[in-house]
Ligand binder design. Structure first.
Ligand SMILES: [Zn+2]
Length: 510
């Protein structure tokens, strides 16, 4: 109830000063910790057209990194990067896809001993998935349908002999990336992902863009998101041509089978060059000298998709207001609240990874080259779920099943009068690489319905403001920032609690 009052005050306020409550016995309780004007201003700058969508390795991304570093400096945080700076250089390779040299050919044996040949082009019919120097390569073979990645892992015994074949996988690998290892171990030469309908395929084309970026092959780093096998994503026309009788998902016919007399040759042509981008990292020292050497880590990726496919308005700048200028701004607002006090007992590391949209590149690099020892990072809190258009009261704690930090976040939510439940981790944001190296890590995800609203009204509001991976994800003066204040406030509370609590413990895999 008192939070509703605070939010009302903030929404009504036209300046930070006006948001200060009248002095009195409840003043300490009502003092807003998260500065809504700071959230407005930081997102205004970071998602401005002049930053050109903060594409990894592009000037706009560098400017965003500089802004975060300069703001951290102004807040009095110290540089946690190389040589006392705020930056960690991430060496990358960019492979620009040659749309002429890249093609897919389907050969079908016909009844009269002849071969029918059909050619497909990128990006109209298919796009290479995220990849590395080892997986952005040509491949060929007869076709085999293997179902979804999840089904491959559930039932590997149902797979036919796959040596030398191209596997048709329904949908993305998602959290079932191990299925790509299974296919590779079975001798599959490459994968064509059956992306689904036109809208889903268009989202892939926009999100992947005209090039692929990966951590330079000369650098040792494990990838959390990039499949370890050549992989292209097929659109609706290609899917129809490859599998004329694609079984309905979950139907009796939906089991792995070979497609006799059908072969594909996928030629991948790229022009590769080195690229550099930067993670930004800053530290607020803890107030307790005995625990100052331990860190609570916050992450929010600073990159977005840059310039990509123009939308129907002709807008080609993917500003990424909600994804993830909002997260970047929340980290700054949380740092500001912690500097104002009370200070957290453990130290806090604020990390803004680059290259998240290209496959968790900055956080994978950080996991391979942590700026503080991995065993000193006692908790990690990731923010990348977009900007809720109203104050959330329901939360999902992704990765919360992997450590006791999940229950701590649930307890913090309950203490504030909100609902929360833990969920499994997925390699869909920067907390995953940290979990992989043994750091208790959670991704706080707001859920509907929002405070005081029905589910229907919450979904309508979500529909109005949510433009996931579209050029229309941009800053608006009339966006209701009360939702971001609440999101940042929850993350602040979880961080403060983790900075004071006994170390979170990693739980055995279920
Ligand atoms: Zn994001």
């Amino acid at each position: 109830m008192r939070w509703k009052l605070v939010v009302t005050l903030m929404v009504a306020a036209t300046s930070r000063i006006a948001a200060q409550p009248a002095p009195g016995p409840s003043a300490a309780v009502l003092r807003p910790r998260i500065d809504s004007m700071a959230l407005r201003a930081h997102t205004y700058f970071l998602s401005h057209d002049l930053l050109e969508g903060r594409g990894t390795g592009r000037r706009g991304n560098d400017i965003a990194a500089l802004y975060l570093a300069a703001t951290a400096e102004a807040l009095g945080l110290s540089g946690a990067g190389e040589g006392g700076s705020y930056f960690q250089v991430v060496p990358l390779t960019e492979a620009v896809i040659d749309t002429v040299g890249t093609r897919l050919e389907l050969n079908v044996d016909t009844a009269h001993g002849r071969v029918a040949v059909r050619a497909f082009r990128t990006p109209r019919d298919f796009v290479p998935n995220v990849g590395t120097g080892a997986s952005l390569v040509s491949f060929a073979g007869p076709l085999a349908y293997v179902g979804s990645a999840h089904e491959i892992l559930l039932n590997p015994g149902s797979l036919p002999v796959l040596t030398g074949r191209v596997a048709l996988v329904r949908g993305p690998f998602g959290s079932d990336m191990a299925a790509a290892d299974t296919l590779r171990a079975r001798g599959v030469t490459g994968v064509v992902q059956l992306a689904g309908d036109t809208g889903t395929y268009a989202l892939y084309v926009r999100s992947r863009g005209p090039s692929r970026i990966f951590i330079a092959d000369s650098v040792r780093a494990v990838s959390s998101f990039i499949p370890p096998i050549p992989d292209v994503i097929g659109g609706p026309d290609l899917i129809r041509a490859l599998v004329p009788d694609l079984p309905a998902p979950g139907s009796a016919d939906d089991h792995p089978y070979l497609l006799p007399g059908r072969r594909v040759t996928v030629r991948i042509a790229v022009h590769a060059h080195p690229l550099v981008s930067r993670n930004v990292a800053a530290i607020l020292p803890g107030s307790d000298p005995a625990r100052r050497a331990e860190y609570v880590v916050y992450t929010a990726h600073l990159d977005h998709l840059g310039i990509s496919v123009p939308d129907e308005r002709g807008d080609s700048i993917y500003n990424g207001f909600s994804d993830n200028a909002a997260g970047c701004a929340m980290l700054l607002a949380i740092a500001q609240a912690m500097v104002a006090g009370p200070r957290p007992e453990r130290s806090v590391l604020f990390l803004w990874p680059t290259g998240e949209e290209r496959g968790l590149l900055g956080s994978d690099y950080f996991a391979a080259h942590p700026l503080v020892p991995a065993d000193r990072m006692v908790a990690e809190i990731n923010l990348d779920a977009g900007a809720p258009p109203a104050p959330p009261v329901v939360w999902q704690i992704a990765g919360g099943t992997a450590s006791t930090l999940g229950q701590l976040a649930v307890d913090v939510a309950h203490a504030a009068g909100w609902e929360a439940k833990v969920a499994a981790a997925s390699p869909n944001s920067d907390y995953f690489p940290l979990l992989r190296i043994g750091v208790p890590a959670v991704f706080l995800v707001p859920d509907a319905p929002y405070e005081g609203l029905t589910m229907e009204a919450s979904q309508a509001l979500g529909k109005r403001w949510d433009h996931y991976h579209q050029a229309a994800d941009e800053w608006h003066a009339d966006f209701p920032f009360s939702g971001l204040v609440r999101y940042a406030d929850f993350a602040y509370r979880v961080g403060m609690a983790a900075a004071a609590a006994p170390r979170a413990a990693v739980l055995p895999a279920r």
